[in-house]
Ligand binder design. Structure first.
Ligand SMILES: Cc1ncc(COP(=O)(O)O)c(C=O)c1O
Length: 400
């Protein structure tokens, strides 16, 4: 008698079990681990009462990020969204300006634009990087943008197109060189949303070097965490000084006077959080190594399912941190996505779909966008993120 072919959800669960074997463990998508100096750093904060917006760990953490990324100036802030908000403010984003972002991103990228009264303008992604498609963007701007007085304008809405904020999806770098060239040609400012990409390299250099500014997130689900936290990175000294000033209520430095020379934000990262971050970043090289090894294991086991799914792998110009591993269902299998999500979640493997495309959310439905967002739509229907915590690799080899 012929065996009935196994359903795709069962086949995928089988592959995942080869990497995540313990049925009693709930495998979350991305969990932090605190095996370094976290506790002693936190104790030091409590013992010295430096728990808030001053203290030595803030400076120490910022220096460590600068050393790791080789980006000169780092301002640690309360979260990645605040970092994006300030980065956009620093390039003088004004109400009514348009900012190009991928439709396939986390909602924070669009929200930060809205905080300034500016308007997100959605563009398509490419399958190779899961990020902004440079070729498509170039063609789109050729048809839809015009340069006047050294600034770029949307021909249809007549509004300025101020900036492009590409995002390094799940840690995988976008193709930055052509994007930078497009921005230069169209007088558009490039800001990198590298919230997910600490530890990712493009053509041998850490991401964040291509934008005028870039940002990171240290949310609990990121490759390192400060609880909540983020950072604004730049190689421009003047912008860095402004970032520091604006995020500390724009208080003019003085030993006792309270003088604030503009509307500022209380966005600086507290010392307690920086204490955690400083201990976490010491472990970053190990986290990256383990995440890359975990990705290799996933890639290996999914090879035999290649007619139905592919494990997403870094482009040839990247060295990714593999912050979140992902499989892409082949287009014909997209209809099975929810069944796969249900089946794996019921079995304690907490897979997740990609975000809803941002232009479909009620508050962004009327924003300008490329007519053809076909790649973003296709990706959103086919992506399934897999448990990716850095410690899972060590756990899985223990069971092997
Ligand atoms: C792409 C992207 N941008 C921005 C953010 C915002 O960071 P945060 O959650 O620290 O505000 C996140 C993550 O959470 C993100 O994934």
């Amino acid at each position: 008698m012929l065996n009935k072919p196994q359903s795709l959800e069962k086949l995928i669960l089988g592959k995942l079990r080869a990497v995540l074997p313990d049925k009693n463990i709930v495998y979350a998508l991305s969990e932090p681990k605190f095996n370094g100096r976290e506790l002693s750093n936190l104790k030091q904060c409590l013992d010295t009462a430096w728990v808030s917006t001053g203290g030595e760990f803030i400076d120490e953490f910022e220096k460590k990020i600068a050393r790791f990324t080789k980006i000169k100036y780092v301002t640690a802030v309360v979260n990645g969204t605040a970092a994006l908000h300030v980065a956009l403010l620093l390039i003088n984003t004004k109400p009514g300006d348009e900012v190009l972002i991928p439709a396939l991103t986390f909602v924070a990228t669009a929200n930060a634009i809205s905080y300034l009264g500016a308007i997100p303008h959605f563009i398509d992604s490419e399958e190779k990087t899961l990020g902004v498609d440079p070729e498509k963007l170039k063609e789109y701007l050729k048809k839809n943008a015009v340069i006047r007085n050294n600034a770029c304008y949307n021909k249809k809405t007549k509004r300025p197109i101020k900036a492009l904020v590409p995002m390094h999806t799940f840690g995988h770098p976008v193709d930055l060189d052509p994007l930078k060239k497009i921005c230069r040609n169209y007088r558009i400012i490039l800001i990198e949303d590298a919230a997910e990409a600490l530890g990712s390299f493009y053509k041998g250099k850490h991401v964040g070097h291509w934008g005028k500014l870039s940002i990171l997130s240290f949310n609990g689900n990121k490759i390192i965490t400060t609880g909540g936290g983020g950072a604004i990175l730049t190689n421009n000294k003047n912008l860095a000084e402004q970032a520091r000033h604006i995020t500390t209520t724009a208080k003019v430095d003085h030993s006792w006077a309270y003088y604030h020379n503009r509307v500022g934000f209380n966005y600086r990262l507290p010392n307690l959080n920086a204490a955690l971050g400083s201990a976490q970043i010491d472990q970053l090289p190990r986290f990256i190594k383990n995440k890359r090894k975990l990705a290799r294991r996933y890639a290996q086991v999914f090879k035999t399912l290649k007619n139905q799914v592919q494990f997403f792998q870094e482009a040839e110009f990247s060295k990714s941190n593999y912050w979140l591993n992902a499989i892409l269902l082949n287009p014909g299998e997209a209809k099975h996505r929810n069944k796969i999500l249900n089946h794996t979640n019921r079995n304690n493997i907490l897979t997740r779909p990609a975000w809803n495309l941002i232009h479909t959310l009620p508050m962004y439905r009327k924003c300008p966008r490329m007519e053809d967002l076909s790649c973003a739509k296709s990706l959103a229907s086919r992506i399934i993120n897999l448990p990716s915590s850095a410690f899972l690799y060590e756990l899985s080899t223990k069971h092997a």
